[in-house]
Design a protein around this ligand. Structure first.
Ligand SMILES: CC[C@@H](C(=O)O)C(=O)SCCNC(=O)CCNC(=O)[C@H](O)C(C)(C)COP(=O)(O)OP(=O)(O)OC[C@H]1O[C@@H](n2cnc3c(N)ncnc32)[C@H](O)[C@@H]1OP(=O)(O)O
Ligand SMILES: [Co+2]
Length: 133
């Protein structure tokens, strides 16, 4: 694992949240992107070597919609950057973590991603991400 690549925050009102984080961080998001497979809109703000990812649900099927219903707005996941996602997935599986997919999938911001179930990680949803080169 390298650095914390991003912290994902579930929000109800994307536009209002982008405005709030603009005021908080003093900068515009450097990117907004829709990820159809996750049914989310995302925006990214740089903070040093890391990022804040705002996430809004695009439909009731989105994991973010379900999360907002149960928990309300707030920190949804922590994403760690890795060099070799397949090797990290294998390592974590062998350590007893529950991976949410057998193969990495395309995420936002040019990354391959895989999630670890929060029930196997002290209640925290973990994302692994590897840059696509
Ligand atoms: C934009 C792409 C990508 C990127 O590139 O950065 C993203 O970040 S996408 C982000 C959205 N996508 C995901 O979250 C995908 C992975 N998540 C899932 O597959 C599911 O959300 C889940 C974690 C498997 C939960 O789904 P499900 O079991 O259907 O929902 P439940 O509501 O029944 O939850 C079961 C259980 O887990 C608790 N939970 C759910 N989400 C979280 C969370 N983010 N953090 C902590 N805990 C979480 C939930 O409260 C339930 O607990 P109990 O009620 O105690 O059973
Ligand atoms: Co993420």
């Amino acid at each position: 694992m390298k650095n914390i690549e991003h912290i994902g925050i579930a929000v109800k009102d994307f536009s209002a949240a982008n405005g709030l984080f603009y005021k908080l961080l003093g900068q515009e998001p450097y990117k907004t992107e829709v990820v159809e497979s996750e049914q989310v809109s995302t925006s990214f703000f740089r903070v040093g070597n890391s990022k804040i990812e705002l996430l809004e649900a695009l439909s009731a099927d989105s994991p973010i919609a379900k999360y907002l219903d149960k928990h309300g707005e707030g920190i949804h996941h922590i994403a760690f950057e890795v060099d070799d996602i397949l090797a990290e997935m294998e390592r974590l599986k062998n350590e007893g973590f529950l991976l949410l997919s057998d193969i990495p999938k395309p995420g936002a911001d040019n990354k391959l991603v895989c999630f670890v179930h929060p029930k196997s990680a002290n209640g925290v949803l973990i994302e692994l991400c590897q840059e696509i080169k």
